[in-house]
Design a protein around this ligand. Structure first.
Ligand SMILES: Nc1ncnc2c1ncn2[C@@H]1O[C@H](COP(=O)(O)OP(=O)(O)OP(=O)(O)O)[C@@H](O)[C@H]1O
Ligand SMILES: [Mg+2]
Length: 328
């Protein structure tokens, strides 16, 4: 069994807002093993990005605060690490790619500068020529044609797919042990999306990095991930290895998500089911289970108590009072 390199334990994150304090993450615990791909899935607003930003301590300040928990990376708690040490880990040992590459690329710098500066920062022993060569090689690796020419261009001169590849190149330059990819392909068309997923798989095989892949698309999860964390309303509601999750989903929410995926073996005339209702805002959640207002199986207990995340001996975890009845 591979070594656990990241352990998120009982993490809770809050935002100070005009309406008061909003708890965006509650009781979040999961592990990432070396070399594996962990998927985090859930509808918009369930806390996927806040989880990633909390791990890297990139929450907007002063509004966003981690109020409890630990994020253990190779034995060190990142939450309690001095800012300088955290800076060395970020982008170096744990890298992140964002949904919209323009927000991460600097529009007024040429591609060469963005790549070279990243490399120079983390590799003070390399000279300018070595750095430039390494940057060009990385652009080649991520499938950018004519990389020498592209190095001289600005981000706005590249297509969305090319910009996303440049971001992946920057993230990979320092050979991170963990890559956090937050919806890196949602803004791209399907063909480019497939190419980028393949690229991540190839690079992972080559470098052995672990990937945390965040998406609202279970189809992409099926394609890429070894294990999956399903989030709803800032809590983990189910967690399992990929085959178990698709074969024996336990939480009514996970079942709803799976029923909403188009399937090749079903006639296209069959209407896809969607989960009725909307995710409430952080201030509108009722006491008890946060999925209660959209759940077909809600009963009194669900409106009063928060179900705990129960784990079976195979590590399949679910947070639902009624899953046993639903299985039988
Ligand atoms: N800066 C902020 N101030 C206040 N609330 C915030 C802030 N950032 C996020 N939130 C809230 O935290 C919750 C989780 O947001 P998050 O961005 O993690 O969702 P997500 O799962 O990444 O959604 P999406 O799929 O749309 O990216 C949401 O209710 C959101 O409104
Ligand atoms: Mg997000």
């Amino acid at each position: 069994m591979s070594e656990v390199i990241l352990e998120v334990k009982d993490l809770a994150t809050e935002f100070d807002t005009e309406q008061g304090v909003a708890r965006a993450l509650d009781d979040i615990s999961f592990e990432v093993k070396a070399g594996e791909t962990l998927g985090i899935v859930g509808e918009s607003g369930c806390g996927k990005s806040v989880t990633a930003l909390s791990i890297l301590r990139l929450l907007p300040k002063p509004a966003g605060n981690i109020v409890s928990g630990e994020v253990i990376f190779k034995g060190q708690d990142l939450i309690r690490l001095p800012a300088d040490d955290m800076h060395n880990i970020r982008g170096n040992r744990i890298a992140m790619i964002f949904q919209e590459p323009m927000t991460a690329l600097n529009p007024v710098y040429r591609i060469s500068r963005q790549l070279n500066e990243t490399l120079a920062l983390h590799n003070p022993e390399m000279n300018k020529a070595e750095i430039n060569e390494a940057s060009i090689n990385m652009l080649k690796r991520v499938g950018i044609p004519a990389p020498e020419r592209r190095m001289k261009e600005y981000p706005h001169q590249l297509s969305g797919g090319m910009r996303q590849r440049v971001m992946i190149a920057i993230a990979l330059l320092c050979k991170p042990e963990i890559l956090i990819a937050d919806e890196p392909t949602t803004a791209l068309d399907v063909t480019i999306q497939a190419q980028i997923l393949q690229l991540l798989k190839d690079l992972q095989k080559e470098t052995g990095m672990a990937i945390i892949f965040i998406t609202h698309d279970l189809g992409v999860i099926a394609e890429l991930c070894d294990r999956v964390v399903v989030m709803y309303g800032g809590r983990i509601i189910e967690q399992a290895d990929i085959l178990t999750l698709f074969d024996k989903p336990r939480h009514p929410y996970t079942r709803g998500l799976l029923n909403a995926i188009p399937r090749l073996d079903k006639s296209s005339k069959e209407v896809l089911s969607t989960i009725p209702g909307m995710v409430p805002s952080l201030f509108d959640f009722l006491p008890g289970c946060r999925f209660q207002n959209r759940c077909d199986y809600v009963q009194e207990q669900c409106t009063q108590d928060i179900p705990v995340l129960e784990s079976d001996s195979d590590g399949h975890q679910v947070r639902c009072f009624r899953f046993r009845e639903l299985l039988s």
